[in-house]
Design a protein around this ligand. Sequence first.
Ligand SMILES: NC(=O)c1ccc[n+]([C@@H]2O[C@H](COP(=O)([O-])OP(=O)(O)OC[C@H]3O[C@@H](n4cnc5c(N)ncnc54)[C@H](O)[C@@H]3O)[C@@H](O)[C@H]2O)c1
Length: 160
Amino acid sequence: MSTFQNLRFFVTGGAGFIGSHVCEMLLEEGGLVTALDNFDSFYDRAEKLRNIEACLKQSNFRLIEGDIRSRDLLISALREARADVVIHLAAKAGVRPSLEDPAEYADVNVRGTIVVLEAARICEPRQQGRMPPPLVTILPQQVLIPLRLVRGLLRVKILL
Ligand SMILES: NC(=O)c1ccc[n+]([C@@H]2O[C@H](COP(=O)([O-])OP(=O)(O)OC[C@H]3O[C@@H](n4cnc5c(N)ncnc54)[C@H](O)[C@@H]3O)[C@@H](O)[C@H]2O)c1
């Protein structure tokens, strides 16, 4: 049996470099994957579509185009996906450009990450008595969040 047979994953930044590889691997291992990405302009949309070309051909993959900072969108997407695990990889990457537009980087990478954490907590199917979905994230270099706060919000594994 495949490692992730019938487990439901929600991957933010799923069309990005790391996110698309993660989606591919999860699908190969039998997972059901919903990816959310806003096709940020940091690099070309066509390149991101190429990243997820193989995933888009699979029936167990769904792509939602949207911004992690949209709380309502995230909550409804997470509810619909009935995610067992949230993998948060959406971010504005690149250290040098972050120095040119620090406010936008902070808004996506810091506030956006908090929105993802909050949405994952809120969408918990309480009536089933389940825990919130565990969340795996690689924090961007530009994010500095007190780890105790993050761990307090969710069962979270952070890869630095
Ligand atoms: N690539 C590396 O070598 C590396 C190394 C260490 C850490 N990381 C971290 O891993 C994460 C992903 O990096 P990557 O290389 O895959 O970057 P990437 O730019 O290829 O992917 C990030 C994805 O997030 C999406 N995104 C950006 N803002 C968004 C928003 N507001 N809402 C929804 N989606 C949004 C982008 O469209 C993009 O597809 C980043 O946090 C990065 O700092 C990457």
